[in-house]
Ligand binder design. Structure first.
Ligand SMILES: [Zn+2]
Length: 112
């Protein structure tokens, strides 16, 4: 994010998406009874990873990525807005099938 963008007040993500007609991929709002993914804080710089999938980071407070790190897979959640520096959380590192299951659950609102 540029310094200019950081200094500018912005409407909430959902309103911005509507105003700008963002075509990015966004997770569905959590459904009733959505289960909670266990998010672990990442201290320092996140490990290098190969991006397998990602959601829009332009108009929402949180964005998500499905990543391959080494031989394992994680879902990473980054909070961009309302914080001084990006806040990064990740799931545990797991096999691909499980990470993909979590990823799909996030996108459909079955998990948050
Ligand atoms: Zn968007």
């Amino acid at each position: 994010m540029s310094a200019d963008a950081a200094a500018r007040p912005y409407p909430s993500g959902a309103i911005r998406a509507e105003l700008e007609g963002c075509a990015g991929r966004h997770p569905a709002p959590p459904l009733d009874g959505a289960w909670g993914i266990e998010w672990l804080p990442v201290a320092g710089r996140p490990d290098a990873a190969r991006v397998q999938g990602h959601t829009c980071e332009r108009c929402r407070d949180l964005s998500y990525e499905l990543l391959m790190v080494g031989g394992a897979f994680v879902v990473r959640r980054t909070r961009w807005r309302g914080v001084r520096r990006a806040e990064v959380h990740e799931t545990a590192r797991v096999r691909r099938a499980l990470a993909v299951e979590w990823w799909r659950a996030l996108l459909t609102g079955a998990a948050q």
